[in-house]
Design a protein around this ligand. Structure first.
Ligand SMILES: NC(=O)c1ccc[n+]([C@@H]2O[C@H](COP(=O)([O-])OP(=O)(O)OC[C@H]3O[C@@H](n4cnc5c(N)ncnc54)[C@H](OP(=O)(O)O)[C@@H]3O)[C@@H](O)[C@H]2O)c1
Length: 275
């Protein structure tokens, strides 16, 4: 069976994207050729991946076959891009009457750079986020030049099983990344701090961690399912002269809102700077 998709860098994020597609039968494992950096990674991953999937290290010469696949998922670290051995000289085995497709998830690598590196491809830049690992992700994407409607649908169908998909102008991807890709770190920090507070007032650690996670997840679900404005939810749990307003006064004095606003702005600025 010829390879339908080549994965360049089968790390955490590429596995989060690819494995649900194999589980659901969207791709047969025999259609997948994946490449990683080190031979040791091939050994480490072999037992964890579906049998029949071809996994090679980039030092293995036959890994160059990845450049013949009609769809490529580029998922190495951005700083590894310059040392990547790109070989698009071989004829592409495309199912489509168009250029092969290159899907890049590399943070900060622009469409302009992708199109320069892969001139024989239609490129798309995707910003996924870590909750994709549990099928609750968000993906922002921008289409490169010449990409057909058919290819756009294909890309969307690859990311839909793990995330909600938003097609955006490329200049909005930095803001998207600052909120959604960096966001899980902000939420993790808040979860940890809330649990610390509960431990400080006497709850056991494990219970405090669990309750902090559930409070965040439950509140997020309530906002989403009831389509509530955050202010509405805040007012709902804030009774006159009560406990919540005492805590909120402290959070406002500590500048939590501006700290979060500036965090997102700084992350977007950094992303722009890196690209
Ligand atoms: N994690 C996130 O939340 C997130 C969110 C948005 C975007 N992204 C983007 O996703 C990309 C991957 O992130 P990740 O967290 O999945 O990283 P990761 O787990 O470190 O995966 C990187 C993969 O690339 C492989 N690799 C390195 N050099 C290679 C080469 N020359 N040829 C082929 N494969 C090579 C690595 O193999 P070895 O381990 O053997 O070196 C590894 O499998 C990054 O560009 C990042 O910007 C990640």
């Amino acid at each position: 069976m010829p390879f339908s998709i080549g994965v360049i860098g089968l790390g955490r994020m590429a596995q989060a994207i690819l494995l649900p597609l194999i589980d659901s039968g969207y791709f047969n494992q025999k259609e997948v050729l994946a490449v990683v950096g080190q031979a040791k990674t091939v050994e480490d991953l072999q037992d964890q991946l579906p049998k029949g999937l071809t996994l090679l290290s980039s030092q293995d010469r036959s890994s160059d076959q990845v450049w013949t696949t009609p769809i490529k998922l580029l998922a190495i670290k951005p700083q590894q891009l310059d040392s990547l051995r790109i070989d698009t000289s071989q004829r592409e085995s495309s199912d489509f009457n168009e250029k092969p497709l290159l899907i890049s998830i590399l943070a900060g690598v622009t469409l302009k750079k992708l199109q320069t590196l892969f001139p024989d491809h239609c490129c798309v830049r995707v910003v996924p986020n870590t909750p994709s690992i549990v099928g609750a992700g968000l993906s922002g994407l921008s289409w490169g030049e010449g990409i057909s409607k058919k290819q756009q649908s294909l890309v969307e169908s690859i990311f839909r099983p793990i995330s909600e998909v938003f097609a955006l102008p490329e200049e909005q991807l930095d803001a998207f990344l600052a909120l959604t890709s960096s966001g899980p770190a902000y939420v993790a920090l808040i979860a940890e701090a809330l649990a610390d507070g509960a431990v400080a007032t006497g709850l056991p650690r494990q219970l405090a961690n669990y309750l902090a996670h559930r409070t965040l997840a439950g509140s997020a679900m309530l906002l989403k399912e009831k389509e509530m404005h955050p202010g509405q939810l805040k007012d709902l749990v804030t009774s006159p002269a009560g406990t919540t307003i005492a805590a909120l006064r402290h959070l406002e004095m500590a500048g939590i809102r501006s700290a979060l606003i500036e965090a997102v702005v700084l992350a977007a600025e950094k992303s722009r700077e890196l690209s």
